[in-house]
Write a protein that binds this ligand. Structure first.
Ligand code: LRH
Ligand code: MN
Length: 387
């Protein structure tokens, strides 16, 4: 018996997808950053654009910020700016990967002065969370080495553990940190947090406020990401996702664009593993290097909705039965039936019931918002990664 339509719509209606402030700014590769018209110039304008994504999808009510890309004098005022536009500030992302001092590492750097500087920034990010009311601190470290012998792998883990313990100590009652891992880049020999196991081990040692975040672009090709999701959920250590997709490396393309079937398999494990709750942060972490940014975010949110709707339609009873009967093809067929279901009419219906246009992309294009920001934001410095 598939989950009935009303139940599926009720579940989709309470979906929460967080968009990243940096997706609205200019971004690119080491070869070129192609500037686009209408790009925001300030954290406030990034939030204005994020509010458009929520306006047309109804399921993107929070915006992740990145420090110092979104540095302001008054973070409480920034949070108020967001509230006035119907969104709130979500995860605070630290940045210890762009300062000259961090060339040989931030919290793992052999130089204790550099480590202290990095830790100071991480603790400042928790101060910002106090001001914005954010629950999550997202920690990603570019730390690593490029040549064998460059540094002591074990000693760097000791330094990392020391910094994480200090941050953990500082976290408030309802705060937590999400520890991100990445196989490689910018380091090309060792990365100090290269995989889910290393992140999980550090989080396990620290306690319940330390959770693992799965960036879907940060694995070796061929990695079964839904296995990692199922495992971390079973351990109560899945704190969230940085959703995007890739054909090769950390391409940061629109989630579901490169591999919609993988996104479906991931959402199936999320739902079956009890992770379709507010305890798991569903964040986008993408760069729209050549495509328009706000429509890119709207399309990405719709891709997550479609994968989630299909996963909610899995006939779980029939699947369990086929699995118990060791009916390999039968079980796979039940799974594929859900995946091959066209859920777009159901989502259009849901949007109408939510008082939204059934076609968010068309509704945004008709809204004239792009023309407005294109004309308003001619002057000044467009925001970017500042890399
Ligand atoms: C690193 C990463 C991390 C962010 C950055 C924008 O590749 O995924 O989550 O800080 O992208
Ligand atoms: Mn990420």
């Amino acid at each position: 018996m598939t989950t009935d339509r009303a139940q599926v719509k009720a579940a989709l209606r309470r979906q929460r997808i967080e968009t990243p402030s940096w997706a609205y700014g200019n971004s690119g590769t080491r070869f070129k950053v192609f500037a686009q018209q209408g790009v925001p110039r300030t954290p406030q304008e990034k939030i204005d654009d994020a509010a458009q994504v929520h306006r047309f999808t109804g399921v993107a009510p929070t915006v992740a910020v990145h420090i110092p890309w979104d540095k302001v004098d008054d973070y409480a005022a920034l949070a108020e700016h967001a509230r006035e536009r119907g969104v709130t500030i979500g995860a605070v992302n630290s940045n210890v990967f762009q300062d000259d001092d961090y060339m040989l590492g931030s919290v793992t750097n052999p130089d204790p002065k550099v480590r202290a500087k990095a830790l100071k920034h991480l603790l400042e990010c928790v101060d910002i969370m106090d001001a914005t009311g954010s629950r999550d601190l997202k920690l990603w470290f570019s730390d690593g080495t490029n040549y064998p012998g460059q540094d002591d792998i074990r000693a760097r883990q000791d330094r990392l553990a020391e910094a994480l313990a200090a941050v953990y100590e500082r976290l408030g009652e309802n705060q937590r940190f999400l520890l991100e891992y990445k196989l490689f880049e910018p380091a090309f020999y060792t990365t100090d947090l290269p995989d889910w196991g290393t992140s999980y081990a550090h989080c396990l040692k620290l306690g319940p406020k330390a959770q693992v975040v799965v960036d879907t672009g940060h694995h070796a090709p061929g990695t079964n990401i839904e296995f990692i999701v199922a495992f971390l959920l079973r351990e109560g250590k899945l704190g969230g996702f940085d959703f995007n997709s890739r054909f090769y490396a950390d391409d940061d393309l629109m989630v579901g664009a490169a591999d919609p079937f993988q996104l479906f398999r991931i959402m199936h494990e999320v739902i079956q593993g009890g992770g379709y709750t507010d305890d798991v942060a569903f964040m986008l972490d993408q760069c729209h290097n050549i495509e328009p940014k706000i429509p890119g975010q709207i399309r990405s949110v719709m891709n997550v909705q479609e994968a989630t709707a299909k996963a909610l339609l899995v006939d779980v009873e029939a699947l369990r039965e086929a699995q118990q009967n060791r009916d390999v093809l039968g079980a796979n067929a039940v799974f594929m039936d859900a995946y091959n279901t066209d859920v777009r009419p159901l989502l259009a219906e849901l949007r109408e019931e939510m008082g939204l246009d059934p076609d968010p992309m068309a509704a945004y294009a008709r809204s004239g918002y792009f023309e407005k920001i294109r004309d308003e934001r001619k002057d000044g410095q467009a925001a970017g990664w500042g890399a």
